[in-house]
Design a protein around this ligand. Sequence first.
Ligand SMILES: Cc1cc2nc3c(=O)[nH]c(=O)nc-3n(C[C@H](O)[C@H](O)[C@H](O)COP(=O)(O)OP(=O)(O)OC[C@H]3O[C@@H](n4cnc5c(N)ncnc54)[C@H](O)[C@@H]3O)c2cc1C
Ligand code: SF4
Length: 566
Amino acid sequence: MTDFDVIVVGSGMSGGWVAKELCEKGFKVAVIERGKAISPTEDYTDFIDPWDMEHLNRKTDQDREDYPIQSTVYAFQSYTKQFWVKDKEHPYETAEGTDFGWLRGYHEGGRSIMWGRQSYRMSEIDFEANKKDGHGVDWPVRYDDIAPWYDYVEKFAGISGSTEGLEILPDGVFQPPHDLTCAEIDFKAKLEENFPGRTLIPGRVANLTEPTQEQMELGRGKCMARNHCFQGCSFGAYFSSNSATLPAARRTGNMTFIPERAVHKVIMDEETGRASGVETVDINSGEKSLITARVVFLNAGTIPSTMILLNSATEDAPNGLANSSGQLGRNLMDHHSGARGSAILPGNLDKHTFGRRPNGFYIPRFRNHTEEAEGFVRGFGYQGGATRTRWWTSMGKKGVGEDFKAEGREPGPWRISMVAFGEVLPNEKNHVRLHETKTDEWGFPVPVLDVAWGENETNMVRQAIRDTRAMLEAAGGIDIQTDDPETAMPATPGRGIHEMGTARMGRDPKTSVLNEWNQSWDVPNLFITDGSFMTSGGCQNPSLTYMAFSARAAHHAAELMNEGKL
Ligand SMILES: Cc1cc2nc3c(=O)[nH]c(=O)nc-3n(C[C@H](O)[C@H](O)[C@H](O)COP(=O)(O)OP(=O)(O)OC[C@H]3O[C@@H](n4cnc5c(N)ncnc54)[C@H](O)[C@@H]3O)c2cc1C
Ligand code: SF4
């Protein structure tokens, strides 16, 4: 007899989905979360404005000292710092000559509270890429296998977007899109006129623009377009585990939520060769305890789930549990994001926006799709926005007096900003391992990240900068700002905040950790559905894909449990 049917480790983007699906199917599920429980009324700060904060919400020297890595990300602000780990308490190392910016939050809901909500499907082109160009291993699934699950999660999560009929970026089940601004509409026209095959569309985001009955029954409301999302959303208007999947799991009465308990190991039953449960450590007292279940799902995030398995080595699995392929910890990917550009777009000075759209535009991948590229395989897509600048940025002036203030009330011209997110190739050399001697304060070995981007990524970033300049010039952009395309380098690994790939799925147990159902080849009652399963990364923001695979894997596990196979 086990304590639960299923253990889900981690309550973030992917763990929330597994919990919901399995609770709704009647299984008793323990969600074990190392961070604290989140109360929207106490922990969200979306009704606090900068002027309500000490230092007008600016980071303090103490913030920079306590959060030297986390405080460098745009979403870290004085009123959001409760959602980020204190770097000193959660140390990691990087191999000599490498760097990695690991950005994370440990609390109920994980990074689904802080995410940018950009939600794009991967396409058949992405699922075939490894097989076609020989990098990594072939995905064991194709677009048609996962398409119904994209439909399924989009309908529940609520994704706003426009239907475009693009092969490279399949359409989904969308709520109405956010409008493009007038400057974006002009830019789109110039782009499509000058570069046939390229297009610009409204960003697809997990913000409710037309909530369904199902969403309203969960207490979720329509997005008010205040753009305070990184502070949490009191309306539950953007998708997070906290607003959507965990409440759905909770209302079944089948979920036991266990906060402030870190999972350190998966425990094996040597007789059956199956996982029997997990070893947990109380974050406050340090006390260890075992929790047992028929099935274990790891959803602690790509790097933490991998660390748990590496730390679960046994005599039979000396290099880490579920690692007979030797691929666990390897092929660590992200999206590289070094190609940025901005320019003033002339005209439209009589127009302004209403509200604060929590979104922007997207330019789907065109390189190595509609247009060939030399020097690299795969491609990149752009996220951006064109908005009226504020007086203080457009004028950069200092001063006092009535005239100065009157001038300051006028908005500046329209400025467009965009950044390319590019695909990183799976590469066995890029890996995470456990430090041989150093541990954190709870006795867990510190991870060592050994990751460096190669020539493919560098050549891609430089092309993305050249393309940015060309598109801004064709639109009549003034004051065009980009890095030098001859010398620019991809952003530091980790800075895309899309870690993936360290327990990849595949067709062959000798070269992959998971089968097509996110199920360990070695330990049949162990599933992993955070980003570690990704066999390649595409260039699309990945969380929607984690959701779809999580729901699919949960349904498969449920079938196996019902058939008595697990
Ligand atoms: C600022 C920002 C912007 C982003 N924007 C986007 C975007 O626009 N689109 C997109 O697709 N993605 C975006 N992302 C990435 C997205 O947030 C992640 O892809 C997603 O949250 C990963 O889901 P997950 O379930 O793997 O991990 P997480 O959501 O990080 O959840 C992991 C959970 O596991 C818990 N945990 C960790 N270790 C243990 C342990 N040992 N025991 C128990 N619990 C543990 C953590 O506390 C956490 O709650 C963004 C992220 C950030 C930070
Ligand atoms: S912009 Fe919309 S989703 Fe974001 S915090 Fe405001 S109401 Fe919530």
